[in-house]
Design a protein around this ligand. Structure first.
Ligand code: SF4
Length: 342
């Protein structure tokens, strides 16, 4: 039996990623007054040196040696979780350096990430002045109990206020959400995404929680108060969340931890759903669900199944470590093949 598989609807949120180079500048938010349980900021504070304005200039110059602007757009991204929480004069000094490269047409845009409670008119006026194109808000959850248990120090209302204000300033809105926070579950994560989507973010980052040494969560894990997600659970929850996005115009630009956002993993002990290719497992799971629905309605036992997909989806249809091939061959007692044509 042969089957043409159109995955355009299921994987639409992974398709419209703008191709661009990123110049990452990690600004550790020293002395952050918050104490999110998953953060090892205290560790960062003691060990990371300040990033000077000259450092920012040098980092941009260095990356520009490697990037070919004729090829893709170039974005300077200030990572570190709470850019707008740092001293205003220093923020402006950093932005001025990056803006100089926009004016000279060496880079195209600036992105920052920050907390929802660090957004107001004054801050947005400053960011607009330096043509910051994208603001990513660390939403993490829209469930009150999860926010409290994670000691985020902001509310769901802060997320709504900040998102609406960013949209009003015509700055591209991004949301970061976490999967597997204390007190969270699949239903609360689906709720979070639904609430986020109402605020019309253009892009999403979805991070399963990693438990990092010297964070409060690590202590909770050692005392058995917090149990990290398994990779299987993280994949299941990510799939549920992504289903909610499929009808919306939002790009999923990251699935899995980026160590330069909010926390650092350097030299740390880490526990949790650690996987270099979590996104591949999630996409393979979405494809598996689609094929499963079709096969459940026909009798295919003992036959050969050839799935035709666009060439770019061959490996994810088979799945990492052939997970889908093994699943279908065992479940339906078939020979499972994938071809790159449709
Ligand atoms: S995650 Fe961000 S806001 Fe929370 S404590 Fe760490 S640096 Fe501060």
């Amino acid at each position: 039996m042969e089957l043409n598989l159109d995955l355009s609807r299921e994987l639409v949120n992974f398709e419209n990623k703008e191709k661009q180079y990123t110049i990452p500048i990690f600004i550790p938010h020293k002395g952050c007054p918050n104490s999110c349980v998953f953060c090892n900021q205290k560790k960062i504070s003691g060990q990371t040196k300040d990033v000077t304005v000259e450092d920012v200039d040098n980092i941009i110059k260095e990356y520009l040696n490697y990037y070919d602007k004729t090829d893709k757009k170039i974005e300077v991204a200030f990572f570190g979780g709470s850019f707008t929480g740092i001293d205003k004069k220093l923020q402006e000094a950093y932005l001025k350096v990056a803006y100089k490269y926009i004016e000279s047409k060496h880079i195209d845009s600036i992105r920052i990430s920050t907390r929802p409670d660090y957004i107001n008119d004054e801050i947005l006026k400053l960011l607009s002045k330096y043509r910051v194109e994208t603001i990513e808000l660390g939403v993490q959850s829209m469930d009150k109990d999860v926010l409290n248990a994670s000691k985020r120090g902001h509310s769901d209302k802060d997320v709504i206020y900040a998102s609406n204000l960013i949209n009003k300033y015509n700055i591209r809105l991004g949301h970061q959400v976490m999967i597997g926070l204390p007190e969270s579950n699949l239903q609360k994560e689906v709720y979070t995404i639904k609430e986020c989507l109402k605020l019309k973010p253009k892009q999403l980052r979805i991070y399963p929680v990693y438990v990092i040494d010297e964070s409060e969560l690590y202590n909770m894990y050692e005392k058995n108060i917090y149990v990290p997600l398994t990779i299987k659970d993280a994949v299941k929850r990510c799939i549920a969340v992504i289903h909610e996005c499929q009808k919306e115009d939002v790009s999923i630009i990251r699935l899995g931890l980026q160590s330069t956002d909010e926390i650092t993993c350097n030299n740390s002990k880490i526990v949790g759903p650690i996987s270099d290719n979590l996104a591949e497992y999630v996409i393979a799971g979405i494809i598996r669900e689609k094929i499963d629905k079709i096969l459940d309605e026909i009798n295919i036992e003992g036959k050969e199944l050839i799935i035709h997909v666009l060439p770019k989806y061959i490996s994810t249809t088979i799945g990492p470590k052939k997970i889908n091939k093994i699943y279908f061959e065992n479940k339906y007692n078939i020979k499972f093949k994938v071809k790159g044509e449709i």
